[in-house]
Design a protein around this ligand. Structure first.
Ligand code: DC
Length: 242
């Protein structure tokens, strides 16, 4: 008998709602989640702290960084030894400390997307994603960009989340600041940053963001958050996975 949990591999672009919708569905099902984007963000965060990644002066979007690629690969390997995932807090612990809002910083998101292009970094972070996910007792949503194609090509179900760029930018804005007056400029900035990250994530050579051939497409553009959670659970129930 296999002790492996049921793995739902969830991929999709930034702001498509993967992590938050899966977290709510997991809570209702008594399952776990693993947000692998946080692992890339953690690597970027530690890279910035250690000055292996240096944000350059200039336009905010797209922000330019200088990165020592070899040192970044080494750092990612070192980091992977020391990461724990707390599914209940939806957070990563590094050296016993919860990495919280630091990982939400747009500079860290931009740096994460950049280092995610590096084959050495991806290789260093692959095993830790599998190890953390396989520790789930029953079922787990693992979300990222290459979960169905690379990390868990044998997942029980693969889902590819989508939403229009406009909807994704608006959601990110609400997440970061709440609906405030004078937010037009910020919305434009967020839209540009997301479009740039989409391009970077989809066009890289190493494990680019793409829908696995056998993934179900899940477009959340027209659904509220609660409707998306209901649709996700309905899909899993229809396939008798819970
Ligand atoms: O999901 P997110 O925005 O927190 O992810 C941050 C970056 O990490 C994203 O731009 C691409 C990268 N990433 C990746 O390449 N592969 C994954 N499995 C998860 C994230």
């Amino acid at each position: 008998m296999s002790l492996r949990p049921i793995i739902i591999a969830v991929d999709g672009p930034a702001g498509s709602g993967k992590s938050s919708i899966c977290a709510a569905a997991a809570q209702k099902l008594g399952w776990m989640t693993l947000n692998t984007g946080m692992i890339y963000r953690a690597a970027a965060y530690v890279g910035v702290i250690r000055k292996v990644i240096e944000p350059q002066k200039g336009p905010k979007s797209p922000q330019v960084f200088r990165v020592d690629e070899l040192a970044m690969g080494r750092l990612a390997r070192e980091l992977a030894q020391d990461l724990k995932w707390d599914s209940s807090k939806q957070g990563l612990e590094w050296q016993g400390k919860l990495l919280g809002s630091d990982l939400d910083d747009p500079t860290i998101a931009g740096a994460a997307s950049l280092i995610a292009k590096m084959a050495g970094v991806r290789e260093a972070l692959l095993d830790i994603q599998r190890t953390l996910a396989l520790a789930a007792p029953r079922g787990i949503f693992v979300d990222g960009r290459d979960i169905g194609t690379v990390v868990f090509p044998d997942a029980e179900l693969k889902i590819f989340f989508t939403a229009t760029l406009e909807v994704r930018a608006k959601r990110r804005l609400d997440q970061l600041s709440g609906p405030t007056s004078g937010a037009e400029v910020a919305l434009e900035e967020i839209r540009n940053a997301i479009a740039y990250r989409d391009h970077q994530d989809q066009s890289r050579q190493s494990a680019p963001l793409k829908k696995a051939d056998d993934a179900v497409e899940f477009d959340t553009s027209l659904w509220s958050f609660d409707e998306s959670v209901e649709q996700l659970i309905a899909l899993i129930q229809k396939l008798n996975l819970c």
